[in-house]
Design a protein around this ligand. Structure first.
Ligand code: NAD
Length: 459
């Protein structure tokens, strides 16, 4: 496995040496590198959009809102970096006078970022922004299933940074495993739970800390106190953007029995409005990434009664936006993350039962609740656990830079975005400082006669 004629271990040696020079640490250097990254993205926007269309048939609008939007992350980091890197003074107890204390962020070293195929640009470059801002060197491993974007990113990164600072290693599982056998100072992984476990086990061998951005089944609860039309629109947008291949897409609908029919009618109208009679001809609808994933999804179509959609075309990796009703909790589609344009619907009569069902399953990455009822909102917030929550909308939680984004339990470990990205790739070093003008002797031996003072201090 070679990167610009370097083996992976040679590349790592070079990065470690580069990090040791201290060049990545000055804030001015980090700012300049962020600006260089931004410039490269701006200059190659067209090529990025083209690669995303080639990999996923991504509509340009969706590529802008979910991938090119990484530019905003860069701007946010540039704007705030000086503040983030400033050592933070802390209070020191009076008895430790005249010490002072502070917390100082320092980079971790050489970090590895592994990304999936569904947002193949954003999910690799967004963590990189945090890694650069925090002053690290980085090795990036894009997904082999989005080959056009992977190749383009490799090219752009090579043009922008020297490999001893930031490099891309392209390849599949084997490459990923070769990388994971090496010792990194941090591993940032985005992908599925099964691979997340492999990554964590490999990291444990070197005591390397990890962030795991995983997936899961994110429930979408719909109560009766809603604006039905707006609810339908927001659910359809969040579910069918990128043909449902979004880690925080509403995975399934859990809808109050009394509003179910009118919500489903609205969803039907909304899908017609979004994609027309034949979504296959819509320029605004993406495709499934590859045939294995397509075949996996198509099996789910048998798990209930198809209410909307259900059209497929294997040659074109097309599955129309689909809603299926009469799905049981035991059906295969309810046992794993769907990650495609199929929305199962389950009705509830008692919200407590619906919540008990959610709580009996692994903790999801996102939880959606549509309800204007403040008490219900509080109840759901307090009685469930998920990576994030979005009330009366979908997906938006991932676009707010001041909100850390990440999972809990089975949906992941750690978080990023905005300042959380800087924190993730930093070590917060505690520093305490004394001076020479005073040296109180009460702590030094001989201790005779000093215990009563200590007792008064400690209790
Ligand atoms: P994946 O776990 O199959 O692959 C992710 C990365 O791991 C790829 O780069 C791949 O090459 C590598 N990999 C695959 N098998 C490996 C192995 N055995 N050993 C080492 N590395 C290996 O995930 P995917 O199919 O690309 O993406 C879909 C999953 O990612 C979904 O579960 C989705 O929810 C999740 N996801 C999570 C987020 C998030 O932010 N939390 C975002 C997007 C996707």
């Amino acid at each position: 496995m070679m990167v610009a004629k370097l083996s992976i271990s040679e590349l790592l040696c070079k990065q470690r040496d580069f990090f040791q020079t201290g060049k990545t640490k000055p804030v001015d250097f980090r700012l300049q590198m962020l600006k260089n990254l931004k410039k490269t993205i701006l200059e190659h926007k067209k090529a990025i959009l083209k690669a995303l269309a080639a990999d996923l048939h991504k509509p340009v609008f969706e590529s802008y809102i979910t991938e090119i939007v990484t530019l905003k992350e860069i701007d946010y980091a540039i704007k705030n970096l000086r503040r983030w890197t400033k050592p933070r003074k802390v209070r020191v107890p009076l008895e430790l006078f005249p010490y002072s204390g502070r917390i100082q962020a320092e980079p971790l070293g050489v970090v590895l970022i592994i990304s999936p195929w569904n947002y193949p640009f954003h999910l690799l470059i967004s963590p990189l922004v945090g890694a650069i801002a925090a002053g690290n060197c980085a090795v990036l491993k894009p997904s082999e299933f989005a080959p056009y974007t992977s190749g383009l990113i490799a090219n752009l990164i090579e043009k922008t940074f020297e490999p001893a600072y930031i490099a891309v290693v392209e390849g599949g599982v084997e490459t990923s495993q070769t990388l994971l056998a090496e010792k990194f100072d941090y591993i940032f992984f985005t992908g599925g739970n099964a691979v997340g476990k492999i990554v964590m086990a490999a990291a444990a061998k070197h005591l390397t800390p990890v962030t795991l951005e995983l997936g899961g089944k994110s429930p979408c609860l719909v109560d009766t106190e809603i604006d039905v039309e707006k609810t339908a629109r927001r659910i359809c947008w969040g579910k069918f953007i990128n043909a449902g291949q979004t880690c925080i897409a509403p995975d399934y609908l859990l809808v109050n029995k009394n509003i179910k029919n009118s919500l489903l009618d609205s969803i039907k109208k909304c899908l017609l409005e979004f994609y027309g009679e034949h979504p296959a001809n819509s320029p605004d609808y993406a495709r499934i990434i590859h045939q294995n994933h397509f075949d996996r999804l198509v099996k789910f179509l048998q798990d209930g009664e198809i209410l909307i959609g259900g059209e497929i075309n294997r040659d074109e990796l097309y599955i129309s936006p689909t809603v299926i009703d009469k799905v049981s909790w035991e059906a295969p589609i309810m046992q794993e993350e769907i990650f495609g344009p199929i929305l199962p619907v389950i009705e509830y009569t008692d919200i407590a039962e619906a919540i008990a069902k959610i709580n009996s399953r692994p903790k999801p990455l996102a939880l959606y609740l549509f309800s204007d009822n403040k008490n219900l909102q509080q109840y759901v917030l307090q009685s469930t656990s998920s990576g994030g929550v979005c009330l009366n909308d979908t997906l938006i939680q991932s676009g707010v830079p001041s909100l850390p984004f990440g999972g809990v339990g089975d949906s992941g470990i750690g978080s990023y975005h905005g300042k959380a990205s800087f924190d993730t790739f930093s070590h917060y070093k505690s520093v305490v400082q004394n001076s020479f003008w005073l040296d109180l002797k009460w702590r030094y031996p001989p201790y005779e006669g000093k215990l009563s003072f200590l007792k008064r201090l400690i209790g």
